[in-house]
Design a protein around this ligand. Structure first.
Ligand code: RFL
Ligand code: PHB
Length: 394
């Protein structure tokens, strides 16, 4: 087989890149290790930045998002027992975020791709990348036990943190930066109305809480838990009781509980590799960087990389601008590091770090007091939360 771009991974970044390229007349084939149902069963992100929303519209996968997604003009913080609304739209020059789950984004992109008749091979194994330093790279894999090969011009490694693409780059080329946090998030999804119309990020001595949502009838809550905890040890009752203990009484009184649809623990990690390009291979999304979910940036940074790579490939194929290829890593990383910084800042601001000294605890309190108590502090939070602008590709 032959195509212009092979995309490894049919998560949100692979599917979004594939759709944009297809619409621009650039042929591509997606290879995915799992089945479509498995990909859709992963409950992950819930918040889309305005730039991500725009990109999904550009890809033409926006009809259901625009009909069913909830536009949020604000978010709320709950610290030291005080509720602090952050008017995102007013503080960011008119931008908002959209509550629309990653599962739904993925479903819409899968549907758009199948309607477009663009090829995706699910359930493939042994994906291997070859000749990356030449202008004739190729990808091999097995499908139903048969060996297959695709020759191409470029490869987009959209295969997440545990994928093969990053590992295909020889040792010594990439520089890795990592910070692992000493706790995880226990998430619970339930068909109950959200506790509040806006998301609530709460600091509590017993640990961080996030009250999120997927729709007016579906809630998503997260509790900070020790890394040693197992989701099986958390019955629904235990989860709801702990959530109530970490909320003020008036709010806890409004909580509607119900059976969980899903419950899982995610460890928190910051991770970046530099550069994000090796020859004809371009790393995109979680394959190149991970953020702790506190800033709602993971999916949005994946979309940010897609934005840059898509515009660069359009330049290459439509205007013969092969010089743009060398800009990808720098352009993408400038925005990635800002997203990493915001996610790290939000994580440090709101979690309970048991091992920290008395001085560090006071510093953390002073940071909350300052950032959430001043117009300048709230403005910097708002402009990062709604998403920083993309740079032009030229
Ligand atoms: P994905 O979604 O991991 O998709 C990668 C795909 O590649 C496939 N794959 C392979 N395919 C072929 N061959 C191989 N060898 C392969 N190895 C892997 C995988 O099966 C998979 O289908 O990466 P992508 O597309 O870069 O997307 C990244 C996002 O999924 C991720 O950043 C977000 O989910 C992070 N995240 C959040 N991001 C936000 O922007 N806002 C949020 O509110 C938010 N909340 C979250 C989150 C992540 C969470 N968890 C569980 C990590 C909340 C949680 C709890
Ligand atoms: C979610 O709804 O899953 C969600 C929302 C905001 C975050 C992280 C996760 O910061």
């Amino acid at each position: 087989m032959k195509t212009q771009v092979v995309i490894v991974g049919a998560g949100p970044s692979g599917l979004l890149l594939g759709q944009l390229l297809h619409n621009a007349g650039i042929s591509n084939i997606i290879l995915e290790r799992q089945t479509p149902d498995y990909v859709l069963s992963r409950i992950r992100a819930g918040i889309l930045e305005s730039g991500t929303v725009e990109l999904l519209r550009e890809a033409g996968a926006h009809q259901r998002m625009d009909a069913e997604g909830l536009v949020h003009d604000g978010v709320e913080f709950l610290v030291e027992g005080r509720r602090i609304p952050v008017p995102l739209k007013a503080l960011s020059g008119g931008k908002s975020v959209m509550v629309y789950g990653q599962t739904e984004v993925t479903r819409d992109l899968m549907q758009a791709r199948s309607e477009a008749g663009a090829p995706t091979f699910y359930n493939v194994s042994d994906v291997a990348l070859h000749n990356l330093k030449s202008d004739k790279p190729y990808v091999t894999f097995s499908k139903d036990g048969e060996p297959c090969r695709i020759d191409c011009d470029y490869i987009a490694g959209c295969d997440g943190f545990h994928g093969v693409s990053r590992k295909a780059i020889p040792t010594g080329v990439l520089r890795e930066y990592e910070c692992v946090y000493p706790f995880g998030w226990l998430g619970l999804l339930a068909d109950t109305p959200p506790i509040h119309h806006e998301l609530i990020y709460a600091h509590h001595d017993r640990g961080f809480v996030l009250c999120s949502q997927r729709s007016l009838t579906r809630s998503r809550y997260y509790l900070q838990v020790p890394l040693t905890d197992k989701a099986e040890a958390w019955s629904d009752d235990r989860f709801w009781d702990e959530l109530k203990r970490r909320l003020p009484q008036d709010l806890a009184g409004k909580l509607v509980t119900g059976p969980s649809l899903e419950k899982s623990i995610a460890p928190l990690r910051s991770f970046v590799v530099e550069p994000m390009q090796y020859g004809s291979l371009f790393l995109v999304g979680d394959a190149a960087h991970i953020v702790p979910p506190t800033g709602a940036k993971g999916l949005n940074l994946a979309a940010s990389d897609v934005n840059y790579l898509y515009r660069i490939l359009c330049g290459v194929y439509h205007q013969g601008r092969r010089d743009l290829l060398a800009c990808y890593s720098q352009l993408a990383l400038r925005r990635v590091w800002k997203g990493e910084r915001f996610s790290w800042f939000m994580t440090r601001l709101l979690h309970d770090f048991q091992e920290q000294s008395g001085f560090d605890r006071r510093m953390q309190q002073a940071e909350r007091d300052y950032f959430l108590g001043s117009q300048a502090g709230l403005t910097t939070i708002a402009e990062n939360y709604v998403g920083l602008p993309f740079e032009a590709v030229r």
